[in-house]
Design a protein around this ligand. Structure first.
Ligand SMILES: Cc1cc2nc3c(=O)[nH]c(=O)nc-3n(C[C@H](O)[C@H](O)[C@H](O)COP(=O)(O)OP(=O)(O)OC[C@H]3O[C@@H](n4cnc5c(N)ncnc54)[C@H](O)[C@@H]3O)c2cc1C
Length: 349
């Protein structure tokens, strides 16, 4: 376990927000998590919070005067298939890494979740899912630390009380997820090839539809599923019925509702999608860093009338420097398909 003192949460969390934390206890394996909670107990720290990738966390700018237990991706993965055929995964592993591990072991079942930014622990807690697959479909059991009695326990899938983006863990902050155990269907070479295509297609979909070059909240909003709420919305927007029945599987898409209510682009405080402004003749220098986790697995290609980055791999950095002459757009593409992912406007006055 690594102890960071007075470190900014915005440096470690997905949305790059959050103030200074008194302690950040970084846990890169199961034992580190146990050590972090022993530290909290030993130092009698009253206020603590578990964070992981931070893809579902809005932290305040104020200082956090307690301990953050940061469950982070390990340097070297210890994911493995146990003798009972279950894939045993530490809570801090990245969901996409589990999918790729499964493929290389002729296992499938996670491909629809391609590009969903999450650790395993975060995904289990929220019963994360996409395109009809969620954690509850593939998780057999979970190992947890129960802070009530400081005991490590196992919970079955049923005991986790999963429902739509919900679980026991959302109602009990005393349970810290240490490991997940997944039962995944085995697959032939052909099936794995198809599963890989689905996986890349889902990443492609996310990269095309989300402004992924920003710390975007993506699709963190829950769709409306309760029958009476759906009917209530239909009584106000009856023209939506065909989409509800044919496209959204009897739910209301929250993305659609947000747009129709006119909330798209709503800005609170300084949070907004930024554009670059420069004066004619200015030298503009932009450093692009291709993330190593989350939605950027296939790398990036960045182009503008001023420069062409060529194919950049994950983890790579590219510095673009040019003289601002007239307004133009910088576009990023997913290298394998050359599909447009995002546009960044440079406004030159
Ligand atoms: C671009 C984008 C797209 C998204 N698309 C989807 C989607 O399609 N489907 C979907 O379901 N979600 C989606 N989300 C939401 C997000 O990816 C999920 O909620 C994800 O599971 C969060 O995991 P995390 O590791 O980032 O958890 P964090 O955000 O770090 O934490 C979330 C919560 O889980 C708790 N937690 C984390 N780890 C543990 C642990 N080991 N034990 C106990 N509690 C823990 C934290 O205390 C916190 O309360 C999206 C988010 C973004 C930004």
């Amino acid at each position: 376990m690594t102890i960071h003192e007075n470190k900014r949460l915005s440096d470690i969390l997905f949305y790059h927000i959050g103030g200074n934390a008194r302690y950040i206890l970084e846990a890169k394996n199961r034992d580190d998590i146990l050590k972090a909670f022993a530290f909290i107990k030993e130092h009698n720290i009253k206020k603590f919070l578990v964070v992981a990738l931070g893809a579902n966390l809005l932290m305040q700018d104020e200082d956090f005067l307690g301990a953050i237990v940061w469950i982070n991706k390990p340097d070297v993965s210890e994911m493995h298939i146990a003798s009972d055929g279950l894939v045993e995964v530490f809570a801090g592993e990245i969901l996409d890494d589990l999918t790729l591990f499964a493929f290389s072991n002729h296992l499938r079942g996670l491909e629809s979740l391609g590009g969903l930014p999450s650790t395993i622990g975060g995904a289990i807690r929220g019963n994360a899912g996409a395109f009809g697959v969620e954690m509850k479909d593939i998780l057999e059991k979970v190992e947890v630390l129960d802070l009530k009695d400081n005991q490590v326990k196992e919970l079955t899938n049923e005991e986790c009380q999963f429902s739509y983006r919900n679980s026991l863990f959302k109602h009990s902050n005393d349970l810290v997820i240490l490991r997940g155990y997944f039962r995944l269907p085995s697959a032939t070479d052909d099936e794995i090839t198809k599963a890989r295509e689905v996986y890349l297609g889902k990443i492609d979909f996310r990269n095309t539809n989300h402004p992924v070059e920003y710390p975007s909240c993506g699709s963190v909003f829950k769709n409306i599923t309760e029958k009476e709420k759906v009917e209530k919305m239909l009584s106000v927007w009856p023209d939506m019925r065909e989409q509800v029945e044919k496209k959204w599987h009897n739910k209301v898409s929250m993305g659609y509702a947000i747009k129709r209510l006119g909330f798209s682009g709503t800005q609170v405080g300084g949070a907004k999608i930024t554009e670059i402004s420069a004066s004619a003749g200015d030298t503009v220098k932009i450093t692009f860093k291709v993330r190593t986790a989350g939605v950027y697995y296939a790398g990036l290609l960045i182009q503008s009338p001023e420069f062409d980055s060529g194919d950049l791999d994950k983890g790579e950095e590219y510095v673009a420097e040019f003289t601002a002459e007239e307004s133009h757009s910088i576009k990023s593409y997913w290298p394998s398909t050359k599909k447009l992912k995002a546009t960044l406007n440079v406004n030159v006055q």
